[in-house]
Write a protein that binds this ligand. Sequence first.
Ligand code: C2E
Ligand code: CA
Ligand code: CA
Ligand code: CA
Length: 277
Amino acid sequence: AKLAGKNCYRFYSRAIDQAAERRVQLEQELRGAWDRGEMSLAYQPVFRLADRRLVGAEALLRWQHPQQGLVSPSVFIEVAEQSGLIDTLGPQVLRAACRDAMRWRKVQARDDEPLFVSVNVSPRQLRSGDLPATVASCLRETGLSAHQLHVELTETTVISDEPHVIELLARLRLMGVKVWLDDFGTGFSGLSHLRRVPVDGVKIDRSFVADIPRDADDLALTTAIIAMAHSLNIVVVAEGVEKPDQAAVLRDRGCDLAQGYWLGHPIDIDGFLELLA
Ligand code: C2E
Ligand code: CA
Ligand code: CA
Ligand code: CA
């Protein structure tokens, strides 16, 4: 038993070493990946459920690794966040998304509502640097109107360093930028937080959407989130809509906006421009 324990330990410690090594390597490869042209933004269309109109898109980062192919952002964003690489990558993403949103305006019909672009912001981006200042310089450089820019923050980010974060969010909103809470419902922060945290919208996490309308609990929860958000004048976006009956029931319950594979997959900028034309 002792021997087995020792072998077991060796096995695990080697596995941990390998994982740590892979991480360090990934970090090195990630450094400069944007400048080498390996990264790009994909845009997932967001629709208004009431009239099925396209109203904007979420920018999602893609990394085409020279050997490994497409690496998921759920893997590399964490590495970028922990290594501090997000400090340079974050503003690059923001600037590129604003620039792309300006291109959309040029292909849109003149009297159509300008589409918004929604950018994911990770916790570290709120703590290090001055996000409102970065946002302001991106808007100035690209000429995009603040009203066309949304930032998405996860519920847990916003709940942590509260007073500081609340001040940052207030500054962004004062500029006219909209603040959305991402993955809403997963953080157990409770709906009461919405009274104190200044946000314009909540994005219902796709784990709640996945089993509706069949799952009665999920449907009740989703309906409650919608009602409560609306009572606070907060817009509700549903994520991960994969089936037509999900879209139908969400619309019936008054959900404002939706995105998901059934409505549209994330596509590159050229594909998105085609969608608009
Ligand atoms: P997220 O912000 O929750 O983004 C939604 C994710 O769900 C995206 O995955 C999207 O491709 C996927 N998705 C969209 N519709 C559906 C659907 O109908 N069904 C299912 N199963 N999935 C759907 P993706 O692109 O792999 O991104 C994963 C996460 O990585 C994002 O989750 C976000 O947290 C993070 N991320 C992506 N881009 C950025 C970025 O530029 N900055 C930061 N900080 N994080 C990013
Ligand atoms: Ca998001
Ligand atoms: Ca989400
Ligand atoms: Ca469920």
